[in-house]
Design a protein around this ligand. Structure first.
Ligand SMILES: [Zn+2]
Length: 315
């Protein structure tokens, strides 16, 4: 089931389907950790269902739902980043184009899901344009992105964009309190910058520990107790997106509470980092770096340039 804070967006799709105006390409945009994936999957499932419920959720019982649940639906094509790659490549989109234009079909319609859409490289994106411009009969392409602004304007203009809401603090806390968590929900939500599903993931002890360890290493690099190369090597296997989300959150906290030294995470206790102009600059630079997280840049160099931003802050 989708989350309560996404109901309005679902209703929009219900109206479109009731009036037979469902677009052939739907670009879902939402922040990571807010349940956007659950929404996208609910949409895909409902499109593959042969007898959806009144609210267009998948029935879970029909033939379409059964083959979908077994992950063998012949009219469904999913595209993501393949192992050891950082981008979605043109060959994957060529396969998708072939799939969409096949003459035989199991159901009346075909569904494709591209996630994360921001990982489409330029050639893949251009190849996808063909299918977006001349949609195959009865096909729907669902795209999911956390970085709408980095997508090609030509892709965006050929899709209907659906902006998913981030929940209010009250809604997020209510949902989080219903999960079985070990840390106080307020603390988790604060650490996740208000993203409830991310907050739930943070409750996991291992994640908590890795985040703390990175905070300690970052602090050691800033204080020149650990070398840049050493730290970059250590963290090169970690998701770049994850590392950047942690840092962006810390900078936000430092901007919001410059004199708060009671924070549990060591990085937030740096007394020197209180120049807000510099912090805003760092924030902008981290956001820019996040846009490059899906490029094929060398991981260690990427992390080095990320850590270097913090060192420069001290100069
Ligand atoms: Zn069904």
């Amino acid at each position: 089931m989708i989350h309560a804070w996404h109901q309005k967006s679902w209703d929009q799709l219900v109206i479109a389907r009731n009036t037979k105006h469902l677009p052939h390409a739907i670009l879902i945009s939402g922040e990571k950790g807010t349940g956007r994936q659950v929404f996208a999957e609910a949409l895909v499932n409902s499109l593959l269902c042969e007898s959806p419920l009144e609210n267009y959720h998948a029935c879970g019982k029909c033939k379409g739902c059964c083959v979908r649940n077994a992950d063998v639906h012949p009219d469904y094509f999913q595209i993501g980043i393949e192992a050891n790659k950082t981008q979605i490549l043109i060959d994957q989109i060529r396969e998708l184009n072939d799939f969409l234009h096949m003459s035989q079909s199991y159901l009346a319609s075909r569904v494709a899901f591209i996630n994360p859409a921001e990982a489409l490289n330029i050639n893949a994106a251009n190849s996808l344009l063909k299918s977006l411009e001349e949609p195959a009969n009865n096909s729907v392409i669902v795209l999911l992105t956390a970085q709408l602004s980095t997508l090609l304007p030509t892709i965006k203009s050929r899709c209907q964009i659906l902006h998913l809401a981030t929940p209010s603090k009250v809604m997020a806390l209510q949902w989080l309190s219903q999960q079985s968590i070990q840390h106080p929900p307020e603390e988790l939500l604060e650490m996740s910058s208000g993203k409830p599903l991310y907050a739930l993931a943070l409750d996991n002890a291992e994640h908590f520990q890795r985040r703390n360890e990175f905070a300690n290493d970052l602090l050691a690099v800033i204080k020149q107790q650990q070398s840049l190369t050493e730290a970059s090597k250590k963290w090169q296997k970690e998701s770049k997106d994850e590392l950047l989300s942690w840092q962006i959150h810390w900078v936000q906290q430092l901007i919001k509470y410059p004199f708060n030294t009671g924070e549990p995470e060591s990085i937030l206790q740096i007394p020197n980092l209180v120049d807000s102009a510099k912090l805003w600059q760092l924030y902008d630079q981290l956001i820019k770096l996040r846009r490059l997280a899906h490029t094929s840049l060398n991981a260690q160099l990427f992390i080095e340039s990320m850590l270097l931003l913090w060192i420069k802050l001290e100069e």
